[in-house]
Design a protein around this ligand. Structure first.
Ligand code: S3P
Length: 168
């Protein structure tokens, strides 16, 4: 597959800017944006919070795998992943076959401080717990990242960094 048809996959903790950067990136590249949470919500007919409450987290994680198997077979997409998705066995394998993976490694304290918690069942915890969760996930993000993005001065700058890598 030609490099420019590969999916651009964004991973990282909640509120690291995947959806915002993903939208701008999709615009800049003229590609569709797929968001794994939205993919799941559309198929389940309910919000992520409702799925967690009614069906439990394991059910949600199984749907993440469904999303990755579907999106990983397609090409030319920008894919914004839920924060815990790389921890779900099989997900990243499915996305990597046809994708370049960017980890948006935003400082977890900053992510926590300006996070919109509604619609994020795992965001309803204290700052210390959120940072501990990030630390437990960090090795997994690192393991799957082709590139690590650390510029969060603005969403536009984050996207510029990604575009620079894609143009290399
Ligand atoms: C989750 C992150 C959420 C969503 C779900 C679980 C997580 O996505 O998938 O609430 O485990 O970190 P965002 O990273 O888009 O908030």
């Amino acid at each position: 597959m030609a490099a420019d048809e590969r999916n651009v996959v964004l991973i990282g903790m909640m509120n690291s800017g995947k959806t915002t950067a993903g939208g701008l990136l999709a615009q800049a590249l003229g590609r569709p944006l797929e968001d794994t949470d939205k993919w799941i919500e559309q198929r389940e007919g309910k919000t992520v919070s409702q799925i967690f409450a009614d069906d439990g987290e394991p059910h949600f994680r199984a749907r993440e795998l469904d999303a990755c198997r579907d999106l990983g077979q397609r090409s030319g997409l920008v894919i914004a992943c839920g924060g815990g998705l790389p921890l779900t066995p099989g997900c990243m394998e499915a996305l990597k076959t046809n994708g370049i993976v960017f980890w948006l490694a935003r400082d977890p304290g900053e992510s926590y401080d300006d996070m919109e918690t509604s619609g994020r069942p795992l965001a309803r915890q204290g700052r210390g717990e959120f940072i501990s969760l990030y630390e437990s996930r960090e090795p997994v993000y690192r393991q799957w990242a082709d590139e690590i993005i650390r510029d969060f001065s603005s969403p536009a700058e984050t996207v510029n960094r990604i575009l620079e890598v894609l143009e290399r």
